[in-house]
Design a protein around this ligand. Structure first.
Ligand code: NAP
Length: 294
């Protein structure tokens, strides 16, 4: 039976460390890190994510400002708002919660953010610097996964890592990070997506599987080799009348059967999701300390 990679426990530990770091910064320089978040519209999942980011900021002593904009706001107005945050010296870092309404170009929005304040790590400058192994903000979900692998001391060097899903926010950066010549890294990486043929030929040979698809219970035990490390990024809301919210959160892995075979596995919920917010807080602290960009 696999060991659980416990995102709840680990994120609590890192959060305590961050709280101490924030206190130290305040004593040393009188500065309180300040994160702003822009939320466009009222998408239920986005509301939940942003609320959790704001709450977790408060818990570690980071100041947060939530900026709510109407669903029908023009792209130009959003870009002006971003320019204001870029120019505001009181804001160390900020995020624009994705997805955006379809009439707004996510790419133009991301590129408008000053890369020095881009604590989500989505700006092409941060992605490029990350790929070159230069100091950069690393996107929060992949960063959280790296932290998990590091803190659980899971060997990665020389291992075969299969990443399933090639989104700009998870799969693609994850594949780059796992291949880098860094302490968590040095993997031989295969990046799979919807055009991959015979997916299980790859997953069956993988020492580490990182799956970010959004298809509940997609990865089954017959697709996984004994003792593999399985990281489940997927979060899908599935109707569930037994829950107060009316839905349950499901991962991309058929947990019960894969856990029988894997050496380590992340649960959903209680795995990668919590680490993601922790990484955003970490990036905000780096921004306040001007550790990446002076
Ligand atoms: P996404 O943009 O939804 O894209 C899904 C990816 O899966 C695409 O690259 C797609 O391939 C690939 N795919 C779809 N069907 C496939 C199949 N049958 N075989 C192989 N690949 C297939 O990805 P995302 O934004 O990374 O989100 C993925 C999941 O992670 C979602 O459930 C999301 O809610 C969750 N998520 C969780 C966190 C967290 O903090 N835990 C953070 C972000 C996202 P193509 O590129 O060919 O279309």
């Amino acid at each position: 039976m696999a060991t659980l990679l416990d995102g709840r426990k680990l994120s609590a530990t890192i959060q305590e460390e961050l709280t101490e770091e924030v206190k130290k910064l305040k004593v040393a320089s009188g500065k309180t890190p300040h994160l702003a978040a822009i939320l466009v519209g009222n998408d239920g999942a986005s509301e939940t994510y942003v609320a959790s980011k704001v709450k977790r900021c408060e818990e570690v002593g980071i100041q947060s400002t939530l900026i709510r904009l109407e669903e029908n706001i023009t792209e130009q107005t959003l870009l002006y708002k971003i320019e204001e945050l870029n120019a505001n010296p009181a804001i160390d870092g900020f995020i624009v919660q994705l997805p955006l309404p379809t009439h707004i170009s996510e790419q133009r929005v991301i590129e408008k953010i000053d890369y020095r304040k881009d604590v989500d790590g989505f700006h092409p400058i941060n992605i490029g610097r990350m790929a070159k192994n230069l100091p950069a903000y690393i996107p929060a979900t992949p960063f959280g996964i790296l932290q998990m692998l590091e803190r659980y001391k899971i060997p990665t060097s020389g291992k075969h890592c299969v990443v399933i899903g090639r989104s700009n926010i998870v799969g693609s950066p994850m594949s780059i990070l796992m291949a880098r010549n860094t302490s968590v890294g040095n993997c031989t990486v295969t990046l799979c997506h919807s055009r991959t043929q015979n997916l299980s030929d790859y997953t069956k040979k993988a020492d580490i599987i990182i799956i970010a698809l959004g298809k509940p219970a997609f990865l089954t035990a017959d697709m996984v080799k004994e003792e593999a490390v399985v990281i489940d990024v997927g979060i899908t809301r599935v109707p569930d009348s037994s829950k107060k919210s009316g839905y349950a959160l499901k991962g991309d892995v058929k947990f019960e059967e894969v856990a029988e075979k894997a050496s380590y596995i992340t649960p959903v919920p209680g795995g990668v999701g919590l680490m993601t917010v922790t990484s955003l807080l970490y990036n905000t602290l780096l921004a306040a300390k001007k550790e990446i960009y002076k």
